[in-house]
Design a protein around this ligand. Sequence first.
Ligand code: FMN
Length: 202
Amino acid sequence: MNIVNFKEIKPKIMYYGTPTLLLTTLNEDGSTNISPMSSSWALGDCIVLGIGLGGKAIENLKRHKECVINLPSPNLWRNVERISSFTGIREIPDYKKEIGFTFKKDKYQAAELTPLKSKTVLPTRIKECPIQIEAVVKDIRIPEYNSLFAIVETQVLHFHAAENIVQNENYINPVEWSPLIYNFRHYFGLGREIGKTFRSET
Ligand SMILES: Cc1cc2nc3c(=O)[nH]c(=O)nc-3n(C[C@H](O)[C@H](O)[C@H](O)COP(=O)(O)O)c2cc1C
């Protein structure tokens, strides 16, 4: 890209392209909820998630401090998109209703994905995701300056990877593995756009 000049803009969203993850958490009745997410970072065995306060994921994590961070590959973008307008919250906050969210209890069925029993945590893993990370919640912080989201710190317990993306026993082969990138509400894989969300404005 040949950069000639800059322009100051005021984007409504700042999703500059991070891997999509499907966070599974435990509902009060023992079933599993799936929440598409993209705000995460990892250092050592800690994975930090940015989770909106009006959703089911944070409600579940406050009550039951276990989750699975499932990483879909680009070919699963339609499955992610199938549940992108759903929330596991029955009493949907007005701001979510206004942008088109509706309640869905069974996200597995809606996404056409398959639950797999986890090794030690109660929320299930997603079979179709090549990487599934079982984790325990160590801390949930709500920033004083903002009441929109929580910063959730998790510690990895078990890292499951599809055999075909594993090399030398404990390494992921980056040639075989590619994340599904969420780039300003458009899905990308391997540097090429493959779809966009129902909320995309561009
Ligand atoms: C690809 C994608 C990425 C998203 N990233 C996040 C995120 O990082 N944090 C968040 O709170 N919501 C994110 N959302 C929105 C949530 O998926 C949405 O709030 C949903 O209602 C969560 O489901 P739940 O209420 O059942 O937990 C994202 C949605 C999509 C489609």
